[in-house]
Design a protein around this ligand. Structure first.
Ligand code: FES
Length: 108
């Protein structure tokens, strides 16, 4: 794992450990981490794939300005994972298809 536990300038960087799930696999994360940074710290750099060219997508801007880090989080499609903090028990998976805009989660 690549968690920065003690930064030379910012000091203590990890908080309470929690468990998140990527494709059903449990991973260690820390409260106040973004989903994308927690995945990156666990060695997961491919967050999805492009629709047209089917190429890997990962962190690009890391500040909520693009759509490179879209993933499904707790059943919600196309979540910008660089902007969402982890929660204990959170289930995360890559977006591999277009969202089902007619499903109940998005309303009819
Ligand atoms: S990496 Fe650009 S919005 Fe998340």
């Amino acid at each position: 794992m690549m968690h920065i536990e003690r930064h030379p300038i910012l000091g203590q960087q990890v908080n309470e450990p929690i468990t998140i799930y990527f494709n059903g696999k449990p991973l260690k994360a820390y409260k106040k981490q973004s989903v994308a940074s927690a995945l990156f710290a666990n060695g997961i750099k491919k967050l999805g794939q492009s629709r047209k060219l089917v190429q890997p997508r990962g962190l690009f801007c890391s500040r909520g300005r693009c759509c490179s880090c879209y993933m499904t989080v707790n059943g919600e499609d196309h979540v910008r994972t660089c902007m969402v903090m982890v929660e204990d028990g959170m289930e995360i998976s890559p977006n591999l298809e277009d969202p089902d805009v007619r499903s109940e989660i998005h309303g009819d």
